[in-house]
Ligand binder design. Structure first.
Ligand code: WT7
Length: 635
């Protein structure tokens, strides 16, 4: 049997798979898993305890190296098939095309370099690179030798990078001189240098020459990427990994200060990303697939690197942004490479929709077979714009709901196979046992219902723990509804069982598809010497989905509020990154609080959203008068 044999081509096959995944998960997942390359077959399909230790294990006893299923086995059958088409920031620059054979060679070379440095199984390697082919190569090279990769998005600041390096004590940093982003360059090496001032664990910094700008150099630490791989062999024996050995760490923000290092393991992640990729996107062997995400996020890990390579797909990776040199770039690339599956985020769709449709209609998009959306709820308007202008009302849209923690897509339609419904992620994939509960943990039995989303049974790619803090993992995901996984999202369900994700139910705000905890932003603001306290909330925004508003209390009165606000913005940019900068910062003399001293964020959200008539009963507040003051300050 091959993975293709598990492709769901009809609604009936989908229904059958769903039924079987519940009634006999062991044979369902066991058969799928057996289609990959194993050094030693697994003995037990799944073993879990979601009540006490909160542990999940898949394919127990199995030994493998994920890169053999991603690369070596394709090289055996079709070495010259393209794995990667890399489109640079500048349209006139040359694209890089890598076949499976070329990619394997490059991965092995770099892996040998890491080996020479003494990097071994279980060591952590931090990757802070722009969206270049070397990012994929570095990720897979780590996997090849069993090092745990921790990719940090190249838009993060020095202190965010340092915090992530420190948390998992990485011994190697891989970065570049700089990154191109549309008309701008980002001085990555400078940022990395700044971060490394507080990272003693780093023994070597491998620097890719990309922008060719001058950088400062530390002879003890730094080595050029091209020198590093010079003369190394293109074959590298893959490290034998246990199915439950750690493959990577990826940080995501939570509702309290510190980022959570979500840990994914080799076996289950491999099986689920491949299965979900093939089925959701209905990938066929000669298709060209393009996901516009960055490998710095989970979408890039699962559906730009691992999922597509496991299936033997050809993927487009794009270095730039949708607006550069102008707003037709995405469609130009779709036309240029005859893209068949196109996967992007609602925030990009909304930004594109603000510009004349001629940007779209001037291009031949007839190759498109599937459109995808990910990262936040897609609103009705954006959905229809995508459908009509890009898909010409005949291309299926998959709205894929999942998270860094879930490793792969849990709720989505299968393109052209199961029914789609605007703004609904639709049905859980086979093996995903979703349920809605109310806030007292009662399961909502009616098909049509609205509540909090939970998952009641493990799937292969669930994150196994938070790096160094299993207790936090247990608390965040398993304590609200004992025995169930709690993703932190609210959802409704229609009479046919379709799910519509309504948004976060915790203090995480999704801005332009980026998951931002409000607590770390508040901590950054509070660092300012003039600030006593602050509260950050999200409110609806036309393009970004949500924008942030910060309410700030000062010790005294500011001499120059404009400068102060700029300083606060810089502080946030420096501590977290530019993506976390609030759209609005309001200086107030107090915050609405309960009698026990808890900030009433609900009220602050309503005010920020300009829903002044929906504040509810504020008379029980400790300081109801503050609400009027804030309202006045805003108008
Ligand atoms: C949160 C996870 C999944 C990869 C990118 C984001 C929201 C994600 C959807 C969707 C509605 C969505 C959820 C989720 N979200 N996809 N299709 N519809 N909401 O990963 O940064 O871990 O964020 O993004 O709120 O919990 P992430």
């Amino acid at each position: 049997m091959t993975l293709e044999d598990f492709k769901l081509n009809t609604k009936e096959e989908f229904a059958k798979a769903k039924q079987r995944a519940v009634s006999d998960p062991d044979s369902f997942w066991g058969e799928i898993a057996s289609t990959f390359v194993w050094k030693t077959p697994f003995e037990k399909v799944v073993q879990y305890d979601w009540n006490d230790s909160h542990s999940t294990e898949w394919f127990c006893g199995g030994k493998l190296n994920i890169t053999e299923s991603c690369l070596d086995r394709h090289v055996e059958t079709h070495p010259d098939k393209l794995a990667l088409i890399w489109e640079p920031n500048e349209p006139q620059d040359t694209a890089v095309k890598l076949t499976y054979k070329e990619l394997l060679d490059a991965v092995c070379k770099f892996a040998n370099g890491l080996n020479n440095l003494g990097v071994t199984k279980g060591d952590r390697v931090c990757i802070y690179l722009p969206m270049v082919p070397e990012l994929t190569i570095a990720v897979l090279a780590c996997a090849r030798i069993g090092a745990i990769h921790s990719v940090v998005f190249a838009g993060f600041s020095a202190s965010a990078l340092a915090a992530r390096i420190q948390d998992s004590s990485c011994s190697i940093l891989i970065t570049a001189d700089g990154a191109f982003r549309g008309g701008k360059t980002v001085p990555l090496k400078d940022i990395a240098d700044d971060a490394l001032k507080s990272c003693d664990s780093i023994k070597k910094c491998i620097v890719l020459q990309h922008t060719f700008e001058s950088i400062s150099w530390n002879n003890r630490l730094d080595v050029w990427w091209h020198d590093f791989i010079d003369g190394l062999s293109t074959s590298c024996t893959p490290q034998v990994m246990d199915a439950e050995d750690k493959l990577f760490i990826l940080y995501t923000s939570g509702s309290t200060g510190k980022p959570k290092g979500m840990v994914h393991t080799c076996g289950g992640y491999m099986v689920y990303t491949a299965y979900s990729f093939m089925n959701v996107f209905q990938y066929q062997q000669d298709d060209i697939y393009w996901c516009t995400a960055d490998i710095g996020w989970i979408t890039g890990h699962s559906y730009m690197v691992y999922g597509p390579l496991l299936v033997g797909a050809t993927s487009v990776h794009f270095e730039g942004v949708p607006s550069y040199p102008n707003w037709n770039r995405f469609w130009e690339i779709c036309e240029k490479y005859k893209v068949n599956q196109f996967y992007t985020a609602p925030t990009a769709i909304r930004a594109l929709a603000k510009h004349p449709t001629t940007h779209v209609t001037n291009h031949d998009l007839s190759s498109l077979k599937v459109l995808g959306s990910v990262g936040e709820p897609i609103n009705e308007e954006a959905w229809h714009w995508y459908d009509e202008n890009v898909g010409k009302s005949k291309v299926p849209i998959v709205d894929t709901w999942w998270q860094t923690e879930t490793g792969g897509i849990l709720i989505s339609s299968l393109a052209g196979v199961t029914d789609q419904k605007p703004t609904f992620a639709t049905l859980p994939l086979p093996g995903i046992q979703a349920a809605l509960v109310d806030d007292k943990a009662n399961v909502l039995m009616d098909t049509k219902a609205e509540g909090i989303l939970t998952i009641n049974y493990p799937w292969p790619s669930i994150a196994r723990t938070i790096w160094g803090d299993h207790k936090r993992y247990q608390e965040v995901y398993f304590s609200a509804f004992p025995g169930r996984y709690f993703p932190g999202d609210g959802a409704s369900r229609d009479e046919n069982g379709n799910y519509r994700i309504t948004g976060r139910v915790d203090d995480v705000v999704i801005v332009s598809g980026h998951n931002l905890g409000t607590a770390p932003i508040e901590n950054a603001i509070n660092e300012h010497a003039e600030v006593v306290e602050s509260a950050v909330v999200g409110y609806p925004h036309d393009i970004k989905g949500n924008a942030l508003m910060a309410y700030v209390i000062l010790y005294g009165t500011s001499e120059n509020p404009e400068i102060l606000i700029q300083e606060i913005r810089d502080l946030i940019s420096k501590t977290i990154g530019p993506i976390a900068k609030p759209d609005r910062i309001l200086i107030v003399s107090g915050l609405p609080k309960t009698r026990s001293g808890k900030i009433m964020r609900r009220i602050l959200r309503k005010i920020a959203s300009n829903e002044m008539d929906q504040l509810g009963d504020i008379s029980t507040l400790l300081n109801p008068e503050i609400v009027d003051e804030i309202k006045k300050a805003l108008s």
